[in-house]
Design a protein around this ligand. Structure first.
Ligand code: NAD
Length: 278
């Protein structure tokens, strides 16, 4: 009797536990910003991590050394360019060789460009669609068969509030992020009876290099200080008046990877200081 109660309690603990010990995670675009915060959080919960993204070899070596020392998990880096489908498939194969089968795929890499739609360079449109949307498809296509075979997997797509609402001058970004949410729903339906889940997170403003550029552009355009431009950016959209942090996005990803989130499927979870509540 006692043993049965203990076993049940153990099972309940497992269901609510955030441990990812023994899991292998690929986080695209994790040399900076949100992806780095997600990689740090997943490593903190015990997952081995395949980093990806651009940066100097010494900076990347520094991130690998910090993460593995701090969390005592295996960490590696793939230089795959997310605009190249062949390199995305190779990133998944390299992860299997270096760290083991991919249990968690976080599709995070993304770029931004702003211009009125009639002035939007076609080449920027193609690049944003390739990296922010098509790479999500190619990553899922490469990682899902193994997850299905093992009947466990977590796919988390970093979309944006711009997956649900528009903003001026962001035609390609808004189109790509709406596409990511559509793809998330389809993959969630196709895996609904399996141990694989697919969800999206919709961050509002997060102060990363991608947003620092928009802050600098606004400061130059409106003759504001950087601090004033940061406040103006938030005031326009994010009622909390505060940026979300990469670590907070990481915490949401870790929750979606937990056993407690096994029946959360196909959702778009905002982490946006009430941006989408308006
Ligand atoms: P960031 O510029 O700080 O980081 C982007 C990462 O992607 C870097 O590691 C970079 O090296 C990598 N990357 C860029 N192009 C790549 C390519 N072709 N191949 C491989 N890696 C590539 O940006 P961020 O703000 O951390 O954004 C990360 C994700 O979060 C993006 O998908 C972005 O759309 C989304 N997002 C950001 C915010 C925000 O406020 N910062 C809000 C909503 C959504």
């Amino acid at each position: 009797m006692r043993a049965r109660v203990a076993a049940e309690l153990e099972q309940r603990y497992e269901a609510s536990s955030l441990t990812l010990k023994g899991r292998v995670a690929v986080v695209t675009g994790s040399t900076s910003g949100i992806g780095l915060g997600v990689a740090q959080t997943l490593a903190g919960h015990g997952a081995a991590v395949m980093l990806n993204g651009f940066g100097s070899p010494s900076a990347i070596a520094g991130v690998i050394a910090d993460l593995s020392r701090e969390h005592r998990v295996p960490v590696a880096h793939s230089a795959a360019d997310m605009s190249k489908p062949v390199e995305i498939a190779e990133m998944v194969a390299q992860t299997e060789r270096d760290l083991g089968p991919v249990d968690i795929l976080v599709n995070n890499a993304g770029i931004q460009f702003t211009a009125p739609v009639e002035d939007f360079p076609a080449e920027r449109w193609d690049a944003i669609l390739a990296i922010n949307l098509s790479a999500v498809f190619h990553g899922i296509r490469a990682a899902l068969p193994g997850m299905r075979r093992r009947n466990w997997g977590r796919i988390v797509n970093i979309a944006s509030t711009h997956g649900l609402v528009g903003s001026v001058h962001k035609a390609a970004y808004v189109a790509a992020k709406h596409g990511v949410l559509g793809l998330t729903k389809v993959v969630a339906l196709e895996t609904a009876t399996t141990g694989v889940t697919c969800n999206a997170i919709c961050p509002g403003w997060v102060l990363t290099p991608l947003v620092e550029k928009q802050v600098a552009d606004l400061a130059a355009r409106e003759r504001l200080s950087i601090d004033q431009a940061r406040h103006a950016l938030l005031a326009g959209k994010q009622p909390s008046g505060e940026f979300a942090t990469p670590q907070q996005i990481g915490a949401a990803v870790a929750f979606l990877c937990s056993e407690g989130a096994a029946q959360i499927r196909g959702v778009a979870l905002p982490v946006d200081g009430a941006w989408l509540a308006q």
